[in-house]
Design a protein around this ligand. Structure first.
Ligand code: 5AD
Ligand code: FES
Length: 350
């Protein structure tokens, strides 16, 4: 306990040198009172740096078509059990209007790596969403060239999400037959240079990960000085080559990862990602009490939700309309948290 206290004190001291990977791995092992101390420290930092507001980012899963075959993902192109769909521009704009009506300050437009949605088509959608709602717009559409990203920025896109998934080069290449790690990192560098607010992160507990590897992922995410850090548990999908892979034995590692990210990144936006609700029923609520300050209600039209299952047990797939946006209000009220107003832009210095 004392060693953990000392390390937490180091993390809480402004300007202190950050912890090494082995030290972070030791924190990820903490149990009982030591584990609670990590959660409490993360909450203290979250309260101090981000306050009680939880920003709502409505997620629109607008296409489940994907050209890639990532080993973990339920909508990989090799999975022929999935009926593929694309929303029309009209549907996307209408959904964004609903998201605004339901209290979201941002819409996140997410899809598989779908070549149909060229930068020109996406730019038109971004312009229309911005023009007709005034909401902040985040894109999450996979790796794109610098030219395409520049075009999308020009169209008014505010933010971009692209997880690096893991910093282990060997694991990354084993899981991504279509693309090297370097391309993703280059894309993140391009996004920053183009003036985007940049979000990234990783899956926690991919097969073969050790605590030291998670510690390295935490350190890498921190070094990128991200505006948003989104991480969630890896959940094995039955229609992928990773079918049957188990969860981490110690579930608290998932939550400690989020808490440590908060301790190392006081002013980053950190969402309570949807996958935590697939891990356990109140998973997202727990994350909100362990360092997170963002919630992404699903606003995708009900008829598409079942078709966008990157992992099994995805929550909210039988809901539709305003259900998630209403549900989050109840959750936040129960936790004594407020709903963020405005776009909830990054508060980090560029
Ligand atoms: N389990 C958990 N997260 C997953 N993602 C994709 N497949 C899975 C899975 N099986 C995450 C990836 C991706 C994000 C959109 O969803 O991290 O970047
Ligand atoms: Fe979707 Fe609760 S967040 S129903």
């Amino acid at each position: 306990m004392t060693a953990i206290r000392e390390q937490l004190n180091r993390l809480l001291t402004p300007g202190a040198t950050s912890l090494s990977a082995p030290e972070l791995a030791a924190l990820l092992k903490a149990q009982g009172k030591s584990c609670d101390a990590i959660y409490a420290a993360a909450e203290q930092v979250r309260q101090h740096s981000m306050g009680e507001a939880v920003h709502l980012r409505g997620i629109i899963e607008f296409s489940n078509v994907c050209k890639n075959n990532c080993w973990y993902c339920g909508i990989r192109c090799g999975n022929d059990h999935v009926a593929r769909y694309r929303m029309t521009a009209e549907e996307i704009v209408d959904t964004a209007k609903n998201a605004k009506l339901w209290g979201c300050g941002t819409v996140v437009l997410q899809s598989g790596e779908d070549p149909f949605f060229t930068a020109a088509i996406l730019s038109d959608i971004v312009r229309r969403v911005k023009g007709e709602t005034g909401l902040a717009v985040t894109l999450s559409v996979g790796v794109r060239s610098r030219d395409e990203l520049a075009q999308l920025k020009e169209a008014g896109c505010d933010r971009y999400l692209l997880r690096f998934e893991t910093t282990s080069n060997a694991l990354f290449s084993a899981l991504h037959p279509d693309e090297p790690f370097e391309h993703r990192v280059q894309c993140l560098v391009d996004l920053r240079a183009l003036g985007y607010q940049v979000g990234s992160g990783f899956m926690i507990g991919l097969p073969g990960t050790t605590l030291e590897m998670i510690a390295n992922d935490i350190l890498f995410a921190t070094r990128l000085k991200l505006d948003m850090i989104g991480c969630g548990p890896f959940l094995s999908h039955p229609d992928t080559p990773l079918a049957g892979k188990p969860l981490l034995e110690d579930r608290s590692v998932y939550y400690k990862t989020i808490a440590l990210l908060r301790l190392l990144n006081p002013t980053a936006h950190i969402p309570a990602t949807t996958a935590f609700d697939a891990l356990e029923p109140e998973g997202r609520n727990h994350v909100l009490m362990r360092g997170a300050n963002v919630f992404m209600p699903n606003v995708t039209p009900g008829k598409y939700r079942r078709l966008y299952q990157l992992y099994p047990n995805k929550p909210c797939v039988d809901e539709e309309g305003a259900a998630c946006a209403l549900c989050v209000r109840g959750r936040l009220a129960a936790l004594g948290r407020e709903i963020g107003t405005g776009p909830g832009h990054s508060v980090r210095q560029p």
